[in-house]
Design a protein around this ligand. Sequence first.
Ligand code: FAD
Length: 374
Amino acid sequence: MPSTSDILVIGGGIAGLSAAAELSKRARVTVLEAEEQIGFHSSGRSATMLHYALGDRLVRALTLASRGFFETPPDGFSEIPLGRRMPVLIHARADEREALDALEADLSHFAQLERLDARGVHELCPLLKPDAEHGIADRNGIRLDPHALLQSNLRLLREHGGELHVNARAAGVERRSGAWHVTTETGETYSAPILVNAAGAWADKVARLGGVQPLGLQPKRRTIITFDAPPGTELERLPFAKTVGDELYFAPESGRLFASPMDEVPSDPVDAQPDEYEVALAAWRMEQRTVVKVERVHSRWAGLRTFTPDRHPAAGFAPDAEGFFWLAGQGGFGLQTSPAMARIAASLIAGEAWPVSDVAAEELSPARFLRQPA
Ligand SMILES: Cc1cc2nc3c(=O)[nH]c(=O)nc-3n(C[C@H](O)[C@H](O)[C@H](O)COP(=O)(O)OP(=O)(O)OC[C@H]3O[C@@H](n4cnc5c(N)ncnc54)[C@H](O)[C@@H]3O)c2cc1C
């Protein structure tokens, strides 16, 4: 017997689960996840920060609209904290000062920033080399807990009668008799009039399965390494520290440090694995910018950040396929924008009032990428 619901969501990452939890307040929702566990791909491999140095005005507005959710989670989320305060420090050498000034001007619309001189920079992050002479600090950054976020969304979905099926890779997607019919690799079938495509790096692939025009999504690999901090480092006091350019970030991580060389290597949608070059680059840049010696890489991982052609996310119904809803292209900001994106998806699907000021539906519409007929 095929399983029927009002809405089928493909993808059990943060995008799919947060939208599913929000939609389950209004409809019967079923989530299909290809892997054995939720969050196995990008959502479980991120740097887990909420900060405003990511993306541009639109991404920052979506982040600001999400922030209250993490600080004061709604009912059903309140048992586990979804994150904890961690200051964010953007630092610059003398030759990078102009870039820092420009970033400060952009970010000051979204966060309360403190301008720091060399002394202030080193008080906040004693690991930086003396040439880090300028900085801006946002003392209200949030280190998110992706496990708590994913599990809370899942619990809410289930409380509202929604379902999650793992090991359920959508292999066939077809529109027939006013509904989408999805067949998994193992032969189960699911159907619903509305299908939400939240398949992350695979979202274009899922669209093609259903005969829907892809958006031109590009997954890009990013690498993280962990290693020991110098003896005596007060890890709990360290900020999330980022160069003003996209060169390096690092932060404390489970009794050690983590760092990323902020790589963006184009990739197919795959189970991303770290490459030796980026692992070495992370260690090298850490030694260039800080007094830390990376004697031994303790662990390493890579994940995909998937971008649309304009690096803004896509949320909206496909103009070329009835009932096919895109929720994709969350790039490197999918955790920190997930509450706003989930509310946006639910309001568009349910035909309710637009929930986020400062962002317009057209800015997120997938129609902006689709070829017009000649
Ligand atoms: C190294 C790194 C650092 C990052 N740092 C941050 C950060 O600091 N802050 C932040 O907000 N974001 C960060 N991100 C970005 C964030 O992780 C992503 O934007 C977010 O996880 C995307 O969520 P998603 O649900 O779209 O994708 P995913 O988590 O990848 O979920 C998509 C799911 O769809 C499933 N799927 C695919 N095809 C099918 C199919 N045919 N059938 C069923 N299921 C399918 C996949 O198995 C997968 O579980 C970072 C990412 C990386 C890699």
